[in-house]
Structures are given as C-alpha cells and as structure tokens.
Design a protein around this ligand. Structure first.
Ligand code: HEM
Length: 506
C-alpha cells in the first residue's frame, strides 16, 4: 500500500512538473510553431546524426521560425534568409550570444574561448585584436601569400614523394593547412614526419566528436551522465592532450625572430598592459584562442579544398575549364598569386559553388539570445538557444534551382563575369555566417582556398585512385563540420610547368 501511495505521489509530481514546463514554454514561446510529437524528458526524438536534414524537413512543415524540444530545452530554428538576416544583421547583438553548455563550461573554456564565449566585452575585445593580427588586407595579404607559398612548396614535394603520386588528399592537406595556422598563431611549423601534427589531428577529432550537434547536447542537459557518455570522455581527453601540447610547445614560446606578428604573441603583449587587465586575458585565454584558431582554421579549409578536389574528380569537364582559365591568366612560368583572383571568375565561381553546395558548417555554431527579442514578428525570450540553418538557406530550390547540382554558372553573368557582391545570389551565400559572430577567418579561408586550388591544378591533373564518395553532401557525415568519406586521388604531372611557389607575392 505504501509503495502504491509513493508511486502515485511520484506520478502526480511528474505530471505537475511536465504540465508547468509545458505551460511555461507555451507562455514564453506561444508565437512560435512547435514541432509535434515531443515526449516527456527527451523532447523531439530524431536521427541526431542528420540534424541539418531533419531541421530542413521541419522548415518545410513549420515555416522559417519554429521550435523543437531537445531534452527539455526549447530550441528555436531560423531557416530562411529573411529570418537569418534579421536575427544576425538587423538585430545585431540580440542574437550574438552562445548558449550555456556544461561542455564549454568545462575548465572555464566558455570564459576564455572565442567560439564558445557569449557576447561579452572580453569576446568583443578578443575578436577585434585577432582580426587585426590576422591582417587579411594590405601587406598582410603579401605576408599570407608568402607563408602559404612556403607551405605549398612543401606540400607539392610531399605529393611527389607519394608512391605512384597517389594519396589521401584530406590527410596531406590537413598538415599543410594546420602548419599555416600554426605559423599565423605562434610563428612556427612542425615537420610532417613528427608526432606533433598527428597529435593536433587527434585533438581535432576528439573535439569534433564531443561537439557534434544534437547528440552530445544530452551532456549539457544531464551532466550526471558525463561518467558514462563517450562524448564526455572525448572532451576530457581532448582538453588533457591540448594542455600537454601547450605545455610542451607553446607555454614558453619566444617571439619569432622575424618581425611577423603572430596572434598569440600579440595577445600576450596586450595581456601584459595594465589598461587591459579588466579583460582578464590569462594563460587560459591564450590556450583557448590557440585551440579555436587551429581547429576552426584547419578542418574547415582542409575539408573545403578536399571537396573541391572531389568535385573535379566527379566532373573532369570542370577541372579542364578551371585549368584553361589558369593557364590563360597565369601561364606555366610563375605561381598563381592573390592578385590573379579578380581575373579568374570561373575559378572564383567554382569556389563559391563548392562552399554553397557543401555548406561545410551547416548549422553554424549555436547562437543564444542575450535579451528578449523578436524575429519576423515572433517573440523569443532571453537565453534561448537558436540554431541558424545555413544548410536550408543554401539549398532552397526557389533561390538555387536544382540545389544538389554543382553549377558554378549560378555565380556568373551571361558574359562569364563574376556576379557583383550585392547580387541576390552573392548576398544569400552566408557560408561564414553574418553579423557580430561572423567567421573570423572568412578572408583567410577564401584566400587559402584560391592559393591551394590553383597551385595544385597548375601542377597536376587529378584522377580518382579509389572509389569516390558521392558528391551529394546529404550523404556526408556531420560533426560541427560536414565531412565526405576518405578517398584517394592520383596526381598526373602536367608538362612544362616551371614555377617557384615560395617566391610568389614577395
Ligand atoms: C571554408 C572555411 C570556413 C568556413 C565555411 C567557416 C564557417 C564558419 C561559420 C559558419 C562560423 C559560425 C558563425 C556563427 O556562429 O554564426 C564560423 C565561426 C568561426 N570561424 Fe570559421 N569558417 C571557415 C574557416 C575559418 C578559418 C580559416 C578560421 C581561422 C581564423 C576560422 C575561425 C573561426 C572562428 C574563430 C569562429 C568563431 C567566431 C565567433 O564565435 O565569434 N574559420 N566559421
């Protein structure tokens, strides 16, 4: 009898709790359509490894602003260009926060990180400083070109040393892109043969595993599950490995002998100034900033170049046309340089189309509202997690006919010129996000994509050396970045090419 009474009380308490949660959500989010079929505690269950695809299906059913429930939390999803533009640009800071997550709270990361910190004065200060140290303008571009040139020369030598000129592009490109990020952040690079680059690759994989959208959000809602969830083990191992890496290589790193400014050293200098003491830029801030830049700056760019190579293998006619443009504009006796970009519209259009088709970061990084606000006239309360569905924006058939087809012609006019930046198609391409939290590496990424792709194409004709993954990004796997499966590529040397890559731009 006593068991029955306790059981009945428990059921009543649970029902009351569920009802009051429902009433509260209804009161706060009443303007926003809710996805049907939510269950107590877990909310809307779906295949979390396909979050971007499920959210896009829901967009068609519930409209551009809807909400779903993830382990008891209301998550608002913005899926049309109008809603995303209003939130990120027109309403500026309202949507510039990041949700509170126990995963980013771990070791105080969210107080020191750029990616995971909410929209605080410290974050704004860090963004401004990093933007200026990356210097993607004026002679900063020459410096980038020089850095890329050296690394590209090493990459081409490495390709030459692969048996039968056959290799897994992601793996080789990762090391080169990572070395450029290391050079920009700490003024050093690591040899390809050593353990250091593979350590960084492992750390990247572990962070990705713990931050995939959806699945691992359970850790933030129910932190008591940490001890049994693999994602938390990955996070802990990643942070431990990163800390040892920092202690071994970077903690006491001296300013490089060149005059080149490096992000971490300049932040360290700023931290030493008493006028900046209120921002609390500590060693933990430097460590987090380093991790953010290396991870965000390597995986995305490597995957984008790999995907473009995958396009070229699937569509040799596009490879031929890009090569013809390159041969016409640059020729074979000098290396391509950033100043060639404006004379190579077809190549630029192929880069834009790769970024659109794949939409490498399909749900951006989760945003959060920092005040009560609205979007498309619907009220959204403060501290709401907001997903920005870039995937649906870039595959909307109304804007992009045959959205799953690779068609660089979308970005070209009838005379083959690149559409101007204010053209509808260019404006609606938001692969780097927009507004206060727009990607800090947008220019860097576009410049590196151009330099890598043209240097590779100038030297080689590429053919498949294994079965290829499908070019349809709906089949790629999702972490924060969308990855195709691994594949091998065979490089066939072009004739009469005589260039010294490292000399370019200097
Ligand atoms: C193809 C390459 C890249 C793509 C597609 C990409 C895309 C993105 C996207 C969609 C975001 C989230 C924006 C938001 O939250 O609304 C982001 C954030 C970020 N990206 Fe990139 N990115 C790329 C390359 C890079 C590079 C090379 C760097 C290196 C500097 C970088 C550094 C960052 C940082 C630090 C953030 C966080 C900004 C913040 O939270 O305030 N990214 N990126």
């Amino acid at each position: 009898m006593l068991t029955f009474i306790i059981g009945a009380i428990a059921v009543v308490l649970l029902l009351t709790h569920l009802y009051s949660a429902y009433a509260k959500h209804h009161r706060q989010y009443g303007d926003i359509p809710a996805v049907d079929g939510r269950l107590p505690i877990v909310g809307n269950i779906f295949d979390l490894s396909k979050t971007h695809i499920v959210l896009t299906d829901w967009y068609r059913k519930y409209g551009p602003v809807f909400r779903f429930n993830l382990y008891g939390e209301e998550v608002v999803v913005l899926s049309s260009y109008e809603s995303v533009f209003e939130a990120l640009v027109t309403r500026g800071s309202d949507f510039a926060g990041r949700p509170h997550m126990s995963r980013t709270d771990y070791e105080g990361r969210n107080r020191n990180s750029i990616v995971w910190q909410s929209y605080t004065p410290k974050l704004q200060f860090l963004r401004k400083q990093i933007h200026s140290s990356l210097r993607m303008y004026g002679n900063g571009l020459g410096r980038l070109q020089h850095r890329c040139g050296f690394e590209l020369e090493q990459l081409l030598n490495r390709i030459e040393s692969q048996p039968d000129l056959t290799f897994d592009p992601w793996s080789l490109l990762y090391d080169s892109a990572c070395n450029i990020m290391l050079d920009l952040t700490i003024g050093t690079r690591f040899p390809y043969e050593g353990e250091d680059l593979s350590q960084l690759k492992k750390i990247n994989g572990l962070f990705n595993h713990s931050f995939g959208p959806g699945a691992s959000r359970i850790l933030d809602r129910f932190p008591f599950l940490n001890c049994i969830r693999d994602e938390f083990k990955s996070l802990k191992t990643a942070v431990d490995m990163r800390n040892s890496f920092w202690a071994d290589h970077i903690g006491n790193l001296q300013r490089p002998s060149t005059q080149d400014e490096c992000v971490i050293q300049s932040l360290r200098d700023l931290a030493a100034k008493s006028s900046n003491s209120h921002f609390d830029i500590s060693e933990a801030t430097l460590k987090e900033t380093f991790t953010n830049l290396i991870l965000a700056g390597t995986d995305t760019t490597t995957t984008a170049i790999t995907c473009l190579l995958l396009v070229l293998l699937h569509k040799p006619e596009i490879q031929d046309r890009m090569y013809q443009e390159l041969d016409h504009v640059v020729g074979r006796s000098r290396a391509p340089s950033l100043s060639d970009r404006s004379s190579m519209p077809y190549t630029e259009a192929c880069l834009f189309e790769t970024l659109r088709l794949i939409s490498h970061v399909p749900l951006a990084v989760p945003h959060a509202t920092i005040c009560d606000t609205t979007v498309l006239g619907k009220r959204i309360p403060k501290d709401t997690t907001v997903y920005i569905n870039l995937w649906s924006l870039h595959h909307d058939p109304e804007v992009w006919p045959d959205p799953w087809e690779f068609d660089p012609g979308r970005f070209l006019d009838a005379d083959g010129h690149l559409l101007p930046p204010h053209h509808e198609c260019r404006r609606r391409l938001l692969v780097f996000g927009a507004g206060r939290r727009v990607c800090l590496g947008e220019s860097l990424a576009k410049n590196r994509l151009f330099l890598f792709t043209t240097a590779l194409l100038q030297r080689y004709d590429f053919r498949p050396a294994s079965s290829l993954p499908d070019l349809d990004p709906r089949k790629f796997s999702l972490g924060i970045v969308l990855h195709p499966g691994h594949f091998n590529i065979k490089a066939i040397k072009r004739t009469n090419v005589d260039t010294t890559i490292s000399g370019c731009g200097s």
